[in-house]
Design a protein around this ligand. Structure first.
Ligand code: MEV
Length: 442
């Protein structure tokens, strides 16, 4: 069936949008309506709140919200909130937290908290002339022009840290940047940074127009292409680490401490040199990071983009974690560039986000950076620990068992039967189905 474009979809009521979708795309089948409305019928006020976060909302998309307890981070014992749909992530985090709790826990260091943004522009002029104008006139004007925008942030201890002129003409003809760094204190700062940058774009245009040292032809060539923050923040970075004597690195899978340390370190080295492995390795790290990022109302697309750009900073995609086993000491760490906020955005609106931040003791943005890096490191520790010992399927399939059983509408009694049945066996899809058939035919 050919569909027709719709006019004024956003102006339809929620019910109106659903009616249109069902008629246009779902053969008029009203059963779909129940799937969508079950969420808002249950709690209309909550749905209304969520409707306002985004546009054209017709329902809500729930995600499991779990807790990984026993995280000892810089001497504080925390329970981490994790919003994630993938089985085993919360279990792996909890297991890693427990492993490190009696070995001093996780230690973190904030290396820097600088955020970046650019005014990208095209200007047919000589770079040295532009640099002179920037140093002796423009920079001061840019700071003055943004004083109103930066006032509140400066009162909170942040603001614009620096502005530089960057000559990019070797890579793209006539391309320059104003590259600004910011301290956004406890906010992620996207609106603040973008407002400053848009003002830079305007001021640059005005100041060039009034500048006598540029010819009319030069002035006419100026094009402000865009003003936007960069999600790549290599100088907004936190280190999280664990360490212990190799002799204390007891794993319950039966291999010796030395062998475990050696295999673990080798697995990290493989991720350092092999991009195919590094991608999966870092994906596992982001399982832990994103789950807490989402639970605390932050932007997981931004944290993903930044982490992967950083992992490729040396020209080859590589591991975000590192490991050494020198002088009998096992040391495992992550350097994670990550820009997050604990004020603004969803932090004061979404009930579960508010709960998550309270659960974490209302952390500052820097403390949240530490927690996120720890969550990523713990997740990677858990994954590598399984991979180099039992393999991951053992744990994964146990969790997956419930997904399979739910697909077949298993009762609580049947689920209990399967937990016992697979106590000492590896779960397989085939085995679940055949045992379920036997059970139901009894
Ligand atoms: C699965 O989501 C993540 C892992 O593949 C990560 C890894 O291989 O390190 C288990």
């Amino acid at each position: 069936m050919n569909h027709q474009p719709v006019e004024g979809f956003s102006k339809l009521s929620k019910q109106g949008k659903i009616d249109w979708l069902i008629k246009e795309y779902l053969d008029g089948n009203k059963e779909h309506e129940t799937v969508l409305t079950q969420y808002w019928n249950e709690n209309p006020d909550l749905q209304k709140l969520h409707d306002e976060f985004s546009e054209n909302t017709i329902s809500n998309f729930f995600m499991p919200y779990g807790i990984a307890p026993n995280f000892l981070i810089d001497g504080k014992l925390l329970a981490l909130p994790m919003a994630v749909e993938e089985s085993s992530v919360v279990a792996a985090a909890s297991k890693a937290a427990k492993f490190w709790i009696d070995k001093g826990g996780f230690k973190t260091t904030i290396i820097n908290t600088e955020k970046l943004g650019h005014t990208h522009f095209i200007f047919k002029t000589e770079a040295h002339k532009l640099l002179h104008f920037f140093n002796f006139k423009l920079k001061k004007k840019l700071l003055e022009a943004t004083e109103d925008i930066t006032k509140n942030m400066r009162n909170r201890g942040g603001g614009i840290l620096n502005i530089k002129l960057i000559d990019k003409t070797a890579e793209l003809k006539d391309y320059f940047q104003l590259k600004a760094s910011f301290d956004t204190v406890d906010s992620m700062g996207a609106n603040f940074i973008n407002s400053c940058l848009e003002q830079f774009g305007k001021t640059l245009k005005e100041e060039v127009a009034n500048e006598e040292s540029f010819s009319q032809e030069e002035k006419d060539s100026l094009q402000i292409v865009m003003n936007i923050l960069s999600n790549y923040t290599p100088d907004c970075i936190v280190r999280a680490e664990v360490s212990c004597k190799i002799e204390d690195l007891k794993d319950d899978s039966g291999i010796s401490n030395e062998e475990f340390a050696w295999k673990f370190k080798r697995a990290v080295t493989i991720a350092e040199i092999e991009p195919y492995r590094a991608t999966t390795h870092n994906k596992g790290i982001m399982n832990g990071v994103d789950a807490v990022v989402i639970a605390t109302g932050n932007d997981f697309r931004a944290t993903e983009a930044c982490a992967h750009a950083y992992a490729a900073r040396n020209g080859k995609y590589s591991s975000l974690t590192h490991c050494t086993t020198d002088n009998g000491i096992f040391r495992f760490w992550i350097d994670l560039p990550i820009s997050v906020g604990v004020v603004g955005g969803l932090t004061n609106l979404h009930p579960l986000v508010k709960f998550s931040l309270s659960l974490l003791g209302k952390p500052s943005a820097q403390e949240l950076m530490s927690i996120l890096a720890v969550s990523g490191l713990a997740q990677n520790f858990g994954a590598l620990r399984s991979l180099v010992t039992t393999g991951i399927q053992k744990g994964h399939m146990k969790m997956h068992l419930f997904n399979i059983l739910n697909q077949f509408g298993a009762t609580e009694e049947e689920k209990q039967h399967f937990v016992t049945y697979f106590k000492d066996k590896t779960v397989s899809h085939h085995e679940v189905i055949s045992e379920l058939e036997k059970l139901r035919n009894k």
